[in-house]
Design a protein around this ligand. Structure first.
Ligand SMILES: [Zn+2]
Length: 168
């Protein structure tokens, strides 16, 4: 008998992917495409490294998913992502026809699943995606806050060093 894994189980794996982004100095966001209780594709955020504004975790996972399934329609798949998707990624999800979206932390600044704007539940959209938000929300959001805090401190330190150099 195969065990059916929980949303939390897959979200932890998405968090591991997010950590990979963080080690490259990217905002830690990870995504995972799952079907039939199996991973189809993975992705993590790396726009800076790739000089690619579209290299969000979700886009990478959807692209790889298409290649893996040899289909541009990713029917009956679930996309797990540690952060609420932006407008671009939500748009890509509609085009890809995923069945379900599960996300961790909400994004008040750019979230397109209800926080800033609700692209996915727009009444004019002909494809409906089931949405579950807030899975391991605390952990996902803590990971992001820790990253931004560390980055702010690095910037401060850099500024301090520059000032010191000028004074010497
Ligand atoms: Zn995005």
């Amino acid at each position: 008998m195969t065990e059916i894994y929980s949303d939390e189980y897959w979200m932890r794996q998405a968090m591991d992917l997010a950590m990979q982004a963080q080690t490259k100095g990217e905002i830690p966001v990870g995504a995972l495409l799952v079907a039939d209780n199996k991973i189809i594709a993975e992705g993590y955020n790396h726009p800076i490294t790739d000089h690619d504004p579209t290299a969000h975790a979700e886009i990478i996972a959807l692209r790889r998913g298409g290649t893996q399934l040899q289909n541009y329609r990713l029917l009956e798949t679930t996309l797990y992502v540690t952060l609420e998707p932006c407008v671009m990624c939500a748009g890509a999800m509609i085009h890809s026809r995923i069945q379900r979206l599960v996300y961790g932390a909400s994004d008040m600044k750019t979230g397109a699943a209800g926080s800033l704007i609700d692209i996915l539940r727009h009444p004019g959209m002909n494809h409906r995606i089931e949405i579950t938000g807030g899975v391991l929300e605390q952990e996902c959001s803590a990971m992001l806050s820790a990253f931004f805090k560390q980055r702010r401190e690095q910037h401060k330190e850099l500024k301090r060093l520059k000032k010191q150099q000028l004074e010497e």
